[in-house]
Write a protein of this length. Structure first.
Length: 359
């Protein structure tokens, strides 16, 4: 259902308004290091791999107040957060994964990021083979079309998009020599800007856009293996009980348009995408992540992207971020029809992530 009323609240912000705000910044308290070390010791004594850690295995009760504040700000505030001062230099990568995952279980519940059970992704440039390894095809012009997965693991820029989860966590372990800057935009602010200048295009964004899973989950809901069955329709904008949501990745829409049998975008829908992307660029801001910064964003109300980057391995400046997807206990209700992507659309229910392959 199209919303012809401006959205309100702290979640509606422009880059100029938010970039100098401290509302979305928190610091890891100095006392937390000893608590994280103690929790890590508990995990190691139990012999647990990082992916086996539960909230009960990782006792950090002293941080629960801070994490509850962050969860509330993500859902009911501005929808973005930077937690500074994560002691990344203190630990080897395996220990760091254990601490990060343990902390994440106190904020939400980690969900799968691919169909083979990935719960934490190392975001880095994996080289020229990413398309062959993680998915590519030929576009209509004969060029190479990379899957969303492959694009993430390249050093190229990423267009504004959302991930299939309530909250995305990105822990910066190392930064690149140059570039790799995170760009963020408020989707409710984008909604309002398009409402003000082109309400006809706002209507189009509440209509179904077909997207392709691009092998993400294998088959469609009917179990068929055809290309058409791997595609699904979903509006870019949605609203329920006053709560807004946007799920958007141009890569998945473009992939669906290459598939036989999938309805083509209308001229109005194409124009709406162009205006959506231009408006996101106008309203965004750059969040620079330094080692030890943990970026958290609510996918329902935030688009994120990144600029291209260049590594310098000899100087130890090779970009590495650790990504976790979280479903949140305080998450919002979603509109009818969003089950095709999220499975559960009721508030406070586990949802999101990638369905697992069952043999």
């Amino acid at each position: 259902m199209t919303n012809r009323t401006p959205l309100t609240g702290p979640v509606v912000w422009t880059g100029d308004q938010i970039k100098n705000s401290k509302r979305w910044i928190r610091d890891v308290p100095a006392s937390a290091v000893a608590e994280l070390d103690a929790a890590l010791s508990v995990v190691k004594k139990k012999g647990l791999d990082w992916s086996q850690i539960t909230r009960a295995d990782f006792p950090i009760g002293g941080l629960d107040g801070l994490l509850a504040d962050i969860a509330d700000e993500l859902e009911n505030g501005v929808g973005i957060m930077k937690l500074r001062g994560f002691p990344v230099e203190r630990y080897d990568e395996e220990s760091l994964r254990k601490i990060y995952f343990g902390l994440a279980t106190h904020l939400g519940t980690p969900v799968f990021q691919n169909r083979s059970g990935e719960l934490m992704r190392a975001i880095r440039d994996e080289g020229a083979h990413v398309g062959r390894t993680y998915g590519e095809t030929k576009d209509q012009k004969g060029g190479t079309f990379l899957s969303s997965y492959a694009r993430t693991l390249s050093n190229g820029g990423l267009r504004f998009h959302t991930d299939r989860t309530d909250v995305v966590g990105l822990l910066c372990v190392r930064q690149a020599m140059k570039g790799g800057v995170s760009t963020l935009a408020s989707t409710p602010a984008i909604h309002n800007a398009i409402l003000a200048k082109r309400p006809d295009l706002l209507d189009a964004l509440f209509t179904d856009y077909w997207r392709s899973r691009f092998g993400e989950e294998g088959t469609g809901k009917d179990g068929a293996s055809t290309t058409r069955a791997s595609a699904y329709p979903l509006p870019i904008f949605g609203l329920r009980d006053g709560k807004f949501t946007s799920h958007y990745s141009l890569t998945f829409i473009e992939a669906a348009q290459m598939a036989p049998g999938v309805p083509k975008l209308t001229d109005k829908q194409k124009e709406a995408i162009e205006v959506l992307m231009a408006t996101a660029e106008e309203l965004c801001f750059e969040m620079t992540l330094d080692p030890g910064d943990l970026q958290l964003i609510n996918s329902h109300v935030t688009y994120h992207g990144r600029t291209p980057f260049e590594d310098d391995f000899a100087a130890g400046q090779s970009r590495l971020l650790l990504r976790i997807w979280l479903t949140m206990a305080n998450n919002r209700p979603l509109p009818e029809g969003h089950e095709i992507l999220w499975r559960s659309i009721e508030a406070g229910q586990p949802r999101g992530g990638i369905q697992q392959v069952t043999l």
